[in-house]
Design a protein around this ligand. Structure first.
Ligand code: ATP
Ligand code: MG
Length: 242
């Protein structure tokens, strides 16, 4: 029901569903390029790809949040990759997928706690406290770390150790090697222990076309400060060789 409401180029499309009382089957768009998890851990990621992926996730998540939907299981395995043809040639497109744990935001009650995958799960969820859409911003910060570090967060800890350390000791990943300072600061702001101090996914303006013909998501120009947002800044933070 959540998926059926959604229609956005960076959100996996639902085609149909069958519910026969015993099983629920859903039919979705096929996104044949594997997941971001596969991409991070098997291939080098060049800066243009990182820009397209990060911008696509921002746009998809902005849309979901504008529809009152909290994903609650945002992680590289649930970000699917596709190449689409355009006049400028093939373009990498990321689609936010797997809403098995999502539900429409309901401000009147505390949502179910203890869900998701511990690495990407915000501390307030791990503590079964009331939470809001900022849990997805937390997950996005961890994903940015994984993209840059190219390894699993907390790879030396099991799920229980991660949950306890994150929820009770404010434990977070260390700075990735050679990580630009502004980029590291952005990750830290996304996984701030106080949800209200995390940035929000922005309302994203239409991406301009670069001189190379690839559609890049860029921060708005100075003439439109009202639409500027810190989550877009990371797009300019990656060194060219990343
Ligand atoms: N619509 C899709 N098109 C193409 N591949 C998909 C699609 N949905 C899922 N996959 C791929 O299928 C695999 C299984 O996905 P699934 O969501 O069932 O499990 P998961 O993401 O590994 O774990 P979790 O249940 O925690 O989300 C993943 O590798 C994912 O990339
Ligand atoms: Mg999944």
């Amino acid at each position: 029901q959540v998926l059926a409401m959604l229609d956005h180029p960076h959100v996996l499309r639902l085609y149909g569903a069958v519910d026969d009382d015993e099983n629920v089957c859903i039919v979705t768009e096929l996104v044949p390029g594997g997941s971001l998890f596969d991409l991070i851990h098997t291939k080098p990621l060049l800066r243009p790809a990182v820009i397209v992926i990060g911008g696509g996730v921002c746009k998809g998540m902005t849309y979901l949040h504008s529809m009152g939907v909290i994903h609650r299981d945002l992680k590289p395995g649930n970000l699917l990759m596709a190449a689409v043809q355009s006049p400028a040639g093939p373009q990498l497109v990321v689609k936010v997928a797997d809403f098995g744990l999502a539900r429409v935001q309901d401000s009147t009650r505390t949502m179910t706690g203890g869900i998701g995958t511990s690495q990407y799960t915000a501390p307030e969820v791990l503590r079964s406290e009331r939470y809001d859409s900022k849990v997805d911003v937390y997950s996005f910060g961890i994903i940015l770390w994984e993209i840059h570090a190219k390894r699993l967060p907390y790879s030396d800890m099991n799920q229980m150790q991660i949950a306890v350390a994150v929820a009770t000791q404010n434990h977070r990943p260390p700075p990735p090697p050679n990580c630009p300072a502004p980029f590291w600061q952005l990750m830290q702001s996304c996984w701030n222990s106080r949800p209200a101090e995390r940035p929000s996914f922005p309302e994203v303006p239409p991406p301009p076309r670069s001189s190379h013909g690839t559609r890049f998501l860029l921060p708005p120009p100075p003439s439109s400060p009202a639409t500027f947002h810190p989550l877009l800044c990371f797009l300019d933070l990656f060194p060219a060789s990343f």
